[in-house]
Design a binder for this molecule. Structure first.
Ligand code: G16
Length: 549
């Protein structure tokens, strides 16, 4: 009841997870993220918050301990809402408050939330699903989350080392009474793989498509999990695994993985340099994936999130047409999307495209406004969501006796494709199976996929500044508001370059400012990126060595 006092919570906090420093922690793009050593009290408190949120929503909440693409010494936490989405933004500020109050105020803060949200079921034994990545620090940090859950008499369900998208999946399974699937790892694989095998049929190679793929596991959980997948996929898809050194090797995301490959535009270490072979890399918690290959001259070609989005959207549009149903399909990107991809989507695919701020929570929400909403960040984070309306219509049409055989077949197929997709969040493993399904069906090799459009050369840079919060933006991060004058400078610089485009924003996962640039030629792109980075350094309080070519 509301009269309860939460002395245990306070005692626990003081004894085991005291807040030792007064560094202010910010809720970032995907939760808190910083050096692992700074996070013990935060994790404990997120356990508390998860219980309150679960009681308020009367559902299961997920907590994933991971710093995803960041270096191994970092860690972080992602909180998953009952419908599999990231924590609602209205509660982000509560998360921030929980992370930052002094121990003595913890009890009061809990009571504040209970009162504000009228949580009158404080005795409910709500379930909190907890997962963690392979970082050595994740074990004690996940224990801290558990202790937080227990301190408020919630029920922690420990799934051990799993991918972030698996945790999203478990949460949704539990909250839909298993309609979405079984809330176990086995249930997860079974759902994806059964759908994959149904759509693929028993012909493994087709046209130019070869069912062999080199897979970079980033020395993380994405490597651990694909081992099982490989066994079940058997001959249908030959996933050759590289970078599968896990716990404590210090090699997590190091010179490999999706973030390295995308931001450096380089072939990862640890994967054999075989020409013209389809390769993919996932990140440290397996919610991102990018594809790439080396051509005859060992030149590196990247097929990033924009490519996966366009491949998926064009395929789904075709399939939709075959069903004869009238459903609304749309694609969502962020400002990092290559200009050439956006042009291709609107002019060639004739699919409506929109842009939101960085962070899958923003893209996901926008995608939900379509019957079929495809969303991807260029970094390889994305998925497809289907409305209930779409699913109901597909099932009804597939079962209707007066539906033509062709339409029926297409409906069943689309329903299989839906099962293949983890709709709850971007999922490297599910996205990989989707890409492989589409390439297989089209009989395409990786070059044919690439030929759809030509990327504009692009460059990502990081600038270290004293306080990253001085950079603020608007218009889905495409316009910089502060520091004053910076946007004018960027406009002037950009105007010198053909097809030039550039924007800057504060990262929400690393303590830096990100700079994106694209232009007609590679040389111009390099120059444009550096010029803008130098302006950021100058006007936003750069520290350390100034950016130079
Ligand atoms: C997280 C978010 C992504 C975002 C990325 C980088 O990914 O989930 O949506 O694109 O951070 O964000 P920022 O540019 O703000 O640092 P991950 O894979 O690191 O969890």
């Amino acid at each position: 009841s509301n009269n309860n006092s939460y002395r245990t919570v306070y005692a626990f906090a003081r004894e085991m997870y005291p807040k030792k420093k007064d560094t202010y922690l910010q809720y970032g793009t995907a939760g808190f993220r910083t050096k692992a050593t700074e996070l013990h009290h935060v994790m404990y408190r997120m356990g508390l918050l998860a219980v309150l949120r679960a009681r308020y929503k009367k559902g299961v909440i997920g907590v994933m301990v991971t710093a995803s693409h960041n270096p191994e010494a970092d860690n972080g936490v992602k909180i998953i809402d009952p419908r599999g989405e990231m924590l609602e933004e209205a509660w982000e500020s509560w998360a921030t408050k929980f992370a930052n109050v002094v121990d003595e105020k913890l009890e009061d803060t809990i009571n504040e939330v209970i009162k504000l949200f009228n949580i009158d079921n404080m005795n409910d034994r709500v379930e909190i699903v907890i997962g963690k990545d392979t970082r050595p620090s994740s074990l004690p940090l996940a224990k801290a989350v558990q202790d937080g859950v227990l301190a408020l008499s919630g029920k922690p369900i420990d799934y051990g080392i799993v991918t972030t998208p698996q945790v999203h999946y478990f949460v949704v399974c539990k909250n839909t009474n298993r309609a979405y699937g079984q809330p176990t790892e086995e249930g997860y694989y079974r759902k994806l793989i059964n759908a994959f095998l149904r759509v693929r049929g028993d012909k493994y190679n087709k046209g130019n498509y070869e069912n062999r793929l080199m897979y970079d596991g980033a020395n993380g959980v994405g490597a651990k999990k694909v081992k099982y997948l490989r066994e079940v996929l058997k001959e249908s898809l030959l996933v050759e695994m590289y970078n599968d050194e896990i716990i404590g090797s210090g090699k997590l995301n190091h010179l490999c993985g999706a973030d390295y490959v995308k931001s450096q535009q380089k072939f990862p270490n640890g994967v054999p340099k075989e020409k013209n072979t389809r390769c993919c890399s996932v990140d440290g918690d397996a919610d991102r994936i990018v594809y790439y290959y080396l051509d005859d001259n060992e030149r590196f070609h990247l097929l990033d999130g924009d490519r996966i989005a366009t491949l998926a959207a064009s395929y789904l549009k075709e399939l939709l047409q075959k069903t004869g149903l009238d459903l609304k399909i749309g694609l969502v990107q962020s400002a990092y999307a290559n200009g050439a991809s956006t042009e291709y989507i609107s002019n060639k695919l004739n699919i409506s495209v929109s842009c939101t701020a960085t962070g899958v929570k923003h893209l996901h929400r926008k995608a939900l406004t379509y019957d079929i909403g495809v969303y991807f960040e260029a970094n390889g984070h994305g998925t497809v969501v289907f409305s209930n309306n779409a699913k109901q219509k597909l099932v009804a049409t597939a079962r209707n006796n007066s539906t033509s055989a062709d339409h029926k077949e297409a409906c069943f197929k689309l329903l299989d494709v839906i099962d293949l997709i983890n709709e709850t969040v971007g999922d490297a493993i599910s996205d990989m199976l989707l890409v492989e399904t589409i390439l297989h069906e089209r009989g395409w090799d990786v070059k044919q996929w690439e030929e759809c459009y030509t990327d504009l050369p692009n460059k990502l840079l990081k600038v270290t500044v004293k306080d990253r919060n001085v950079v603020t933006t608007t218009d889905a991060e495409r316009i910089c508001v502060t520091p004053e004058g910076l946007q004018d400078e960027i406009n002037t610089i950009v105007s010198k370059y053909k097809k030039g485009r550039s924007f800057v924003r504060a990262s929400g996962t690393e303590d830096i400012i990100r700079v994106y640039a694209e232009a007609a030629t590679k040389e111009d792109t390099e120059l444009l990126a550096i010029e803008v980075a130098q302006k950021v350094y100058e006007l936003a309080g750069g520290i350390g060595p100034a950016p130079e070519l």
